[in-house]
Design a protein around this ligand. Sequence first.
Ligand code: SF4
Length: 298
Amino acid sequence: MSQLHELISKSQEFSEFETKQKHTWCSGCGNFGILNALQRALVLENIKPHEALLCYDVGCNGNASDKINSYTIHGLHGRVLSLASGAALANTKQEVIAIAGDGATFSEGINHLVHAVRNDYPITFILHNNNNYGLTIGQASSTTKHGFAMSASPDGVIADPLNTLDFVLSLKPSFVARSFSGDVEHMTRTIQSGLNHPGFSYIEIMQACPTFNKATPQEWYWDKIKYIEDYPDYNKNDIWQARKMVENMETQLAIGVLYEKTEQTDFLQKVESRKNSTTELTQEVQNRSIQELLQEFV
Ligand code: SF4
């Protein structure tokens, strides 16, 4: 059954995720498609609104937090991964999804990204990469193109943009994928793959921001994207092939699941292996009195 036909047969489940809140994004914004794909993926994976926790960072993406009916939380700028990690470990039955932009993820929150990847926390992370800070009216982020004039750098950005995928791949992740906000069906499939991966799934969406990112409009992406299935010899279990594949940021942008570890032990499985330990994760943060220790100093 095609994705669309399956969704039509689940239109009731789809409508359960809808809210009456008005969308405030600019016309043509990629956020519309990303939110739609997320809803589709949840429905197709038979996840009910009460079974998911959607943790949103601050940014244009975060304005989706009241546009979808589920458990949602709109946290602090750059801190969404620490919030989502805690939630995912506290309630392992909940499907925890973290959503953030390139500004928050690769500047304020880059430390949290590093540790979420290396710990392989059980989270699906959806990065909206629109190459700027859109909500605060178009400042350059770590991914803005070199030389491009932005609101706080009118003479052009001096630094080269960060290769986000190569950076994440260098951290030895367990799952890395990329998609494009203009292709809802592809985003849906990619998010579904991320939801089915047991550890930390990094999904980067190249997002159109017609208001502030004039450097890479929709057409720019459509000219350059290529589906990973169209590379016959590509092995998604080979991290070095994945790193080679993402080197090119200008003329060829492969989309799909770019890397998935074959032998994986995610964070929760590692915790399981400590079964003989006398404490569980929640017990390790029990209240303890330090009064006795302080006696020495007072
Ligand atoms: Fe979308 Fe950009 Fe407008 Fe934000 S500023 S709502 S990212 S088009």
